[in-house]
Design a protein. Sequence first.
Length: 139
Amino acid sequence: MSGCSWMEYFGRDRRADSRVQNGKPLGEEYAIYPPDRAVGWELHAQAALRKGDYKIVFLKQSHGGKAVMNDRDDEGGWELFNIAADPGETVDLSKEKPEKLQELLDHWSEYVTDYGVVWEIVAADSIGTTTFNPMYQVL
């Protein structure tokens, strides 16, 4: 995950802050990141990004998601969840809230650029081919 060091949070009873979100003081919860900050992560050609109550997930079909690995530039592989209302991530909102999906995809693009993530067709273009690394193919 990207972001600040965890060191100041280890071994302390530290509350997030005194701001309010949805009528509830944030100080009543433990938080590393403020709700307006996008936080992304990825591993083995699967990814997620969270901002506030929303999270996008790119998970291949063989692992329960809807992503087709050879089609990572297709937004259809991303799922959108409201994790405050649906903490089990059971209801994909990507079709109902396309503007929220796009907002988080824009943050994902920033994350990819900022951290040099090998993602989408950009990785293949950099080596002069349009085929993905076999490591990312569904076996």
